[in-house]
Ligand binder design. Structure first.
Ligand SMILES: O=C(O)CCC(=O)C1=CC=C[C@@H](O)[C@@H]1C(=O)O
Ligand SMILES: [Mg+2]
Length: 369
């Protein structure tokens, strides 16, 4: 494998509805689609899942663009690789910048799978031909709107509902949800909105039979999550605290959480994701594939990831239509009764629609060896 050309497409796509979490509201997604060409002509695709602002994580799209242009793309172009695993070691000297690293890593894995004539799912060791998926719903000012969103998505067959919470929009909201939907598989995501001082509030979530509470405390924290888990029944799921293999190893050792929301971007690529997957398999820690409001390119990668054996819980890879009037891939990602078929065709298994890609591209730059 030798990547001789990389094109970055800075995208601006408007989601159907605003998406509100404990840290803010997003509707216009600004992210990067990365297109890599091998010397044999094979094209691979990756998505840098940053947002315009560094609210979920320290990275943001304009910074990732510079990181890719100044450091990661020059290091990659023209270099011989026997396997995409080698990119993780190549990028290791640069601290963090995982979402940027993962964009090239993903494109390289797509090329590799295509060159092997196998699906990305097969290339990473997947064991499923179809996956169960859930859906993530943002905070709504009007509880009736949230209840209606839950009704709609439950009727569409999604296998679990994730709702965002924050102080003041937590216990009462979950109580209202459980009144109307006593038995649906339900979880909450706090996006680090609480501290140990909120222990009594978080304990009040225990009676609602939640599958998990995702990232209640500070991003990067492991110690306080371990303390909190001793005092609440609801399993803690970690998202913003897991950025590396060592974070996952220490979280398991400390008992900081019982479940991991895996996002390939957050850990810097597929190779590290696979190492964490093996760790979780050994430790019997279930995983699911989180989402970053991706376009179809990122969604395609997430479908392959979810085919791995320890991804035993429905993730956030909803249909393209959950967010987009039109997606940039053909076919779009469809969900039927909460199930997505894992493509068997080589690579990510979806074609990028170049006309739609161009329609939403605000800036484009090509780098050649
Ligand atoms: O992509 C999806 O549908 C999941 C969206 C989602 O829940 C999140 C996206 C990005 C950051 C966060 O807001 C949140 C998460 O923490 O998982
Ligand atoms: Mg989360």
């Amino acid at each position: 494998m030798k990547i001789i050309e990389i094109t970055m497409h800075r995208m601006n796509m408007r989601m159907k509805n605003p998406f509100t979490t404990s840290f803010g509201t997003e509707q216009d997604r600004e992210f990067i689609i990365l297109e890599a060409k091998d010397e044999d002509g094979t094209i691979g695709w990756g998505e840098c899942v940053t947002s315009e602002s560094p609210l979920y994580i320290e990275e943001f799209t304009k910074a990732a663009w510079v990181m890719l242009e100044e450091y990661l793309i020059p290091l990659t172009l023209g270099r011989e690789f026997s396997h995409p695993d080698e990119l993780t070691d190549l990028f290791e000297p640069f601290k963090r910048n995982n979402l940027a690293k993962a964009a090239i890593d993903a494109a390289a894995w797509d090329i590799y799978a295509k060159q092997q004539g196998i699906s990305l799912a097969q290339a990473i060791g997947g064991c499923r031909t179809d996956i169960e998926v859930g859906v993530s719903l943002g905070i709504e000012d009007d509880i009736e709107k949230l209840l209606n969103n839950i009704k709609e998505k439950t009727e569409e067959g999604y296998k679990r509902i994730k709702v965002k919470i924050k102080p003041g929009k937590d216990v009462e909201v979950v109580e209202q949800i459980r009144k109307q939907f006593p038995d649906i598989p339900l979880m909450v995501d706090a996006n680090s909105a609480y501290t140990l001082d909120d222990m009594e509030t978080l304990k009040k979530l225990d009676p609602f039979n939640l599958m998990m509470i995702e990232q209640p405390l500070t991003a990067g924290d492991l110690i306080d999550h371990a303390e909190l888990q001793k005092h609440i029944k609801t399993p803690i799921c970690l998202d913003e605290s897991i950025h590396s293999y060592d974070d996952a190893r220490q979280a398991i050792q400390l008992g900081s959480g019982k479940i991991i929301n895996m996002k390939v971007g957050r850990v810097g690529g597929i190779t590290t994701m696979k190492r964490i997957h093996e760790l979780c398999k050994e430790a019997n820690v279930p995983m699911w594939c989180g989402g970053m409001l991706e376009s179809g390119v990122g969604r395609a990668h997430n479908i392959a990831v979810t085919s791995l054996s320890t991804f035993t819980l429905p993730g956030d890879t909803a249909a393209s239509s959950r967010y987009w009037e039109e997606d940039i891939i053909d076919p779009e990602v469809y969900v039927k009764d909460g199930i997505v078929q894992v493509p068997a065709s080589p690579g990510i298994g979806y074609e990028v629609n170049r006309e739609k890609l161009a329609k939403y591209t605000v800036e484009k730059k090509t780098f050649k060896q």
